[in-house]
Design a protein around this ligand. Structure first.
Ligand SMILES: Cc1ncc(COP(=O)(O)O)c(C=O)c1O
Length: 470
């Protein structure tokens, strides 16, 4: 029997690794034992169930309960993750050809949504903290000055929190966006848990966002691919939301997924919130212990930096002196069976959810103590990870759908890119379709390749080619 996926998943189950990554359920049951229900509850639209595309019964009721729990006027289940939720949300609040102000360090799904909905973009850049080598939040004043100058911007689309758990001053931003009568869309993929503890940053809905999209599966106990689109204000047309949702969601939405969203919500209304608060207390103690380990530094914020308005503590962002974050990640995985969410040149990031247990933190601390004692110092270069501002030549969707040709990277300077060039992690495109490839960008690509950073979008065995507009 040839079953490569099953074989690997069985091994993963046997290995019983410690999970500091998504999904937020961390392999544990909450209100029900899923083993008792799968596969017989994997049903479809039959008598007595409901239809996600026109909910009138149990799905309607379940979504209404979710709206109440998360503080929304209306909630829509997305069984195609936040990726699908973002396509739906962008399509709901725009018309093709509209201009959207987006955060340059947006996730790929925002860029895909821009292409699918044929939108024009204007960028707002995150700030860069040189001391800590981190991309931080967005200046509310910078948004105000863009909105004041450019009457064509219809929607402001931000990511909150960012990949490192850094939060912009979202309340102030919502106030400004509404002062100029525009719509605030928030990619809150990493913030579903904010609604359930006052020890966490404010949720985007509470801060006044018009529409937010949350990957419930990332930080709460639901299955991968399950997300919610929440509407916060009357500025969003609910009928349009439902119509657009049908464009991007399967006509056979999974009942397992929808149930998993319901279970996550129901759990968080009771035991889950208490467990979250307990986990946060353990987490605070664990961070203190980690910080006391020689060579280990945990980033918890920078009071001097006004663009770090808040920091989600459940994303432990840490580094080890004398070792790249990517290497720390590798050692934790290979020698200690601890799997992190991501790592970059400087930092490693452990994503904590309420389902992590005390033992997980103890193991992380012990492992870091060992690594800090045992592993030699290596040279860490002083590199600038700030985003380079490229020159936009064509709208993203025009370049994306243009005639293309593949050329060598070393012949690409001055040409217009036809694809996204995206280093992972964290998945922020450094070049978008329609942008000119400058010498500086070409050198940055070579530098990242030299550091063994994975870059999606380049072509060829050695990633030596790039697709440009013909
Ligand atoms: C900021 C951000 N937005 C959107 C997404 C897409 O979320 P999903 O995996 O739920 O489709 C991700 C996924 O990693 C993300 O990090």
């Amino acid at each position: 029997m040839n079953t490569p996926i099953l074989d690997r998943l069985k091994k993963l189950k046997r290995d019983n690794n410690i999970s500091f990554h998504t999904p937020g359920h961390k392999g544990k049951n909450t209100l029900i034992n899923w083993g008792d229900y799968i596969p017989h509850i994997d049903t479809t639209e039959i008598f007595g169930t409901d239809n996600l595309h026109d909910p009138k019964g149990i799905i309607k009721e379940s979504q209404e309960l979710a709206a109440k729990a998360f503080g929304a006027k209306e909630t829509l289940y997305s069984i195609n993750g936040t990726t699908g939720g973002i396509y739906i949300a962008l399509g709901t609040v725009t018309k093709p050809g509209d201009k959207v102000l987006i955060q340059r360090d947006s996730h790929r799904s925002i860029y895909n949504g821009i292409i699918l909905n044929r939108l024009n973009v204007e960028y707002i850049y995150p700030n860069y903290n040189e001391k800590y080598k981190i991309l931080t939040g967005i200046d509310p004043e910078a948004i105000e000055s863009k909105l004041k100058r450019d009457k064509d911007i219809k929607v402001v689309a931000l990511v909150y929190p960012n990949y490192y758990g850094i939060c912009s001053h979202i309340e102030k931003i919502a106030e400004i966006v509404h002062k100029y009568n525009r719509i605030l869309l928030v990619d809150e993929a990493h913030g579903s848990h904010f609604a359930f503890s006052d020890k966490l940053p404010i949720s985007a809905l509470k801060a006044g966002a018009d529409i937010t999209i949350q990957s419930t599966h990332k930080t709460l106990p639901s299955f991968t691919q399950t997300s919610m689109v929440h509407v916060g204000t009357d500025r969003v047309n609910i009928n349009k939301l439902k119509t657009i949702s049908s464009l991007y969601q399967s006509t056979s939405p999974s009942y397992l997924f929808m149930l998993s969203l319901e279970i996550a919500r129901a759990y968080m209304e009771g035991e889950g919130s208490l467990r979250l608060d307990k986990t946060i207390n353990i987490l605070c103690e664990s961070i203190k212990t980690l910080q006391n380990i020689e060579r280990v530094h945990v980033f918890t914020g920078d009071k001097e930096d006004k663009t770090i308005y808040d920091k989600d503590i459940t994303k432990i962002l840490f580094r080890l002196e004398g070792m790249a974050g990517t290497r720390v990640n590798e050692i934790l995985r290979e020698d200690y069976n601890i799997f992190l969410e991501m790592a970059d040149y400087y930092y490693a990031l452990a994503l904590v959810s309420l389902m992590n247990e005390k033992g997980d933190f103890k193991k992380l601390i012990r492992s870091m103590e060992n690594i800090a004692q045992k592993e030699p110092f290596t040279k860490i270069e002083d590199i600038n990870i700030n985003l380079i501002t490229p020159k936009n030549v064509l709208p993203i969707y025009e370049a994306f759908y243009s005639n293309k040709k593949i050329i060598d990277l070393n012949e690409s300077v001055g040409k217009v890119s036809a694809s996204f060039i995206t280093p992972y992690p964290p998945g922020i495109p450094i070049i978008c379709p329609g942008e000119e490839i400058t010498k500086e960008l070409e050198e940055q690509i070579r530098f990242l390749l030299g550091k063994n950073i994975e870059i999606i979008g380049l072509i060829g065995y050695n990633k030596e080619k790039i697709e440009v507009v013909d």
